[in-house]
Write a protein that binds this ligand. Sequence first.
Ligand code: ASP
Length: 440
Amino acid sequence: MGIKVCKFGGTSMADGNIILTGAKIIQSDAERRYVVVSAPGKRFSGDIKVTDLLYECSDAYESGDEAAFQKVFEKIRSRFLNIEKEIGKDLHISAALDVVEKEILSGAGRDYCASRGEYLAAKIMSAVLEVPFVDATEFIRFKEDGTLDETTFELGAKVLGAHQRAVVPGFYGLGANGKVKTFSRGGGDISGSIVARSVMASLYENWTDVSGFYACDPRIVNSPKWISELTYQELRELSYMGANVLHSESIFPVRSAGIPIRICNTFRPDDAGTYIVKNSTRDMREVVVTGVAGKKGFTAITLEKSLMNSEIGFVEKVLSVIGKHGISFEHLPSGIDTMSLVIDNEYLKDGILQTLLDEMETLVHPDKLYTHENIALVATVGHGMAKNVGTSARLFKALSEAGINVNMIDQGSSELNIIVGVENEDCADCIKAIYNEFFN
Ligand code: ASP
């Protein structure tokens, strides 16, 4: 009998009734032995996720605004007490909330505060299922530089292996300084993957509020084609570029062990979902493109210099400028005498862009140095592209027919994706044009 790890996301933990639905799903299959949960998310549009309330709490504590802290903490308290009431069982949540409040007020730190939504949600799920609670700090370890410590998996196998079944809070582990440390937002998906790898699961089920991946964002194209299967690489490309179903880093723990991930819908548990696998079983001559996704908010810094191609160390110097400021880049399209760096605008706030330009000017003396702000990147992804001649011709013809100006083109040598840079305002039309070309 295999082991299934089930991770329930924020909307699947949003109120007592949906938690009970999740519990039934777990109990309906004896292989579902390890459960990872997110903090309660939104119950309706306009609602606030518990994690966002906790970050507000932390801000209020750090700014010394006691009244604001109490106001937000009361909202969190009532969220959890409501859940307890809906479940109809004494889960000792009030006492647990008192401890959390005391710890935050005694300076336990921002990550500790943010992690308590998952902690309390796991306590609730553990009590509902009558299955042991295992804290993530017992085995998820981070290194000094903030990346995951590889010892996590061995420790996880030992700690989780001591229990036939367990409920684990997602989103955090133990930092190198001995304090709670969180992953980036949405990181509960990574925790699920870590648990799956630690117990060498046969399947990692990620329960959420959609029935899997679609070939593009349903807010852009009405009822897009559903994707039954993706490879880890395709998932990484699509989720990194904005397909918001699963955290883009969640494949790493399961990838080397080849553990498949299944996206399942808690609200429609009988739907087949999307499988994310190591090697595709699809006929790549038939599936040219797997999906299209886009993300707005990038800037391209372009440098032009005659004979750039023969100037040893030119690119290295340019990269040293952004490296010095702790900035990473997304793409580096280049020509003989030109190169561009495409950078997420998140890195370029507060005058940093001008600082980078000044430093590049001084260091490499380009003939021309200019920026193109407000770029959206749209990725067309699929292993099938390498097998089908004429894919890029079709893509660019579709964009030209739709009147979309392409600012940048980047195709990875693996031919897994073709990325185009367009104006932010053309992002949706660009996705639509590519989708219509390959799926209609
Ligand atoms: N609760 C965290 C967040 O809102 C982590 C997660 O849900 O995976 O980002």
